[in-house]
Write a protein of this length. Structure first.
Ligand code: FO1
Length: 308
């Protein structure tokens, strides 16, 4: 059964690990967010693509949810001694990934091509497609001006007030090769439990992708990353509020207005089911907080089957 998953960040990677344990990984196509991408020390870095790739390859640093297990940071420390920015922790082995990506792109490869080469080299059976080969960058407007996503998220630890959020370059971006076809051919399209604004939002902002989701025969199902009135982790609540959305599963449904056949909410949000269903979406109530491998698999199985 062909499954497509729109993903970004650490919550999505855990969900995808569960998904690839309950269905054939070769039937899964991940459409990854590139709004968090950045150039650091002259290197092209794609955090969400790498986090998915490393997690599905079994190489991710479990304690952080990103980067490579057992990595060291000698290069980062040396860059610090040269007075270079070191807020974004690129590990020594992780840097090899960025060196290869940067070199391949300089040689003329697209981000789609190099991402496919990397995941195949790591033995990842699922396709990992960037949402676009053109640059789309999430920026966060604070009272002191605009920040690049990782400046807000990592350097400033999500502390600044958010005035607005933008996806620079989205209007000029095209879906990467294979993205629209994967959505059209899928049996199920899953919006992973990622930040609806900064992880799934950029993907939906690429012209053509919302239309493809509205037009596919697939069941389009989202897993709410908001449980109760707060995100399981990260700045999703702060970002949703800044964009005028209620910080709840109802707010998630509003962000994905018109796209969903089904919304998966945590058992804690069972009281919201009636109100959610009045919006014309099917609601699946299940345990959605993934604290171990069994829970990752159980959530993925429930989402695939469309019932708990
Ligand atoms: N997140 C942090 O909180 N601190 C870091 O120093 C950091 C470094 C980093 C390096 C490579 C990478 O692929 C991800 C990294 N992340 C770091 C996570 C990243 O900022 C987030 O996972 C996503 O951008 C949010 O979806």
């Amino acid at each position: 059964m062909k499954v497509v998953a729109l993903a970004g960040g650490t919550g999505a990677a855990k969900f995808l690990r569960g998904l690839c344990r309950v269905t054939d990984p070769a039937d899964v196509t991940v459409i990854g967010n590139t709004g968090d991408d950045l150039e650091m020390w002259g290197l092209a870095v794609s955090p969400d693509l790498d986090t998915v790739m490393y997690t599905l390859a079994g190489l991710v640093d479990e304690s952080k949810g990103w980067g490579l297990a057992g990595d060291t940071f000698a290069c980062r420390d040396a860059m610090g001694q040269w007075g270079q920015a070191t807020f974004f922790g690129l590990g020594d082995k992780d840097i090899a990934t960025h060196l290869v990506r940067t070199e391949r792109i300089r040689a003329g490869a697209s981000l789609t091509q190099v991402t496919d080469e990397l995941r195949r080299a790591l033995g990842v059976k699922s396709a990992i497609l960037p949402m676009s080969d053109e640059a789309v960058r999430t920026h966060v407007r604070t009272p002191d001006g605009w920040l690049a996503f990782q400046e807000f998220f990592v350097r400033d630890r999500c502390a600044p007030a958010i005035v607005d959020i933008s996806y620079d370059g989205a209007d000029r971006a095209r879906p990467a090769p294979g993205v629209l076809e994967a959505i059209a051919e899928a049996k199920v399209v899953i919006l992973c439990p990622s930040n609806p604004i900064s992880s799934v939002g950029p993907i939906l902002a690429v012209p053509g992708i919302r239309q493809a989701l509205a037009g596919t025969a697939a069941r389009v199902v989202a897993v709410s990353p908001i449980v109760g009135q707060a995100p399981v982790s990260g700045p999703a609540g702060k970002m949703m509020a800044a964009k005028g959305f209620e910080v709840s599963a109802l707010g998630v449904l509003a962000v994905y207005e018109g796209l969903l056949d089904q919304l998966v909410v945590d058992s804690q949000d069972a009281p919201l089911v009636a109100r959610l269903e009045t919006k014309g979406v099917q609601v699946l109530v299940t345990a959605s907080i993934m604290t171990d491998a069994e829970k990752e698999k159980a959530l993925a199985r429930a989402v695939l089957e469309g019932s708990s």
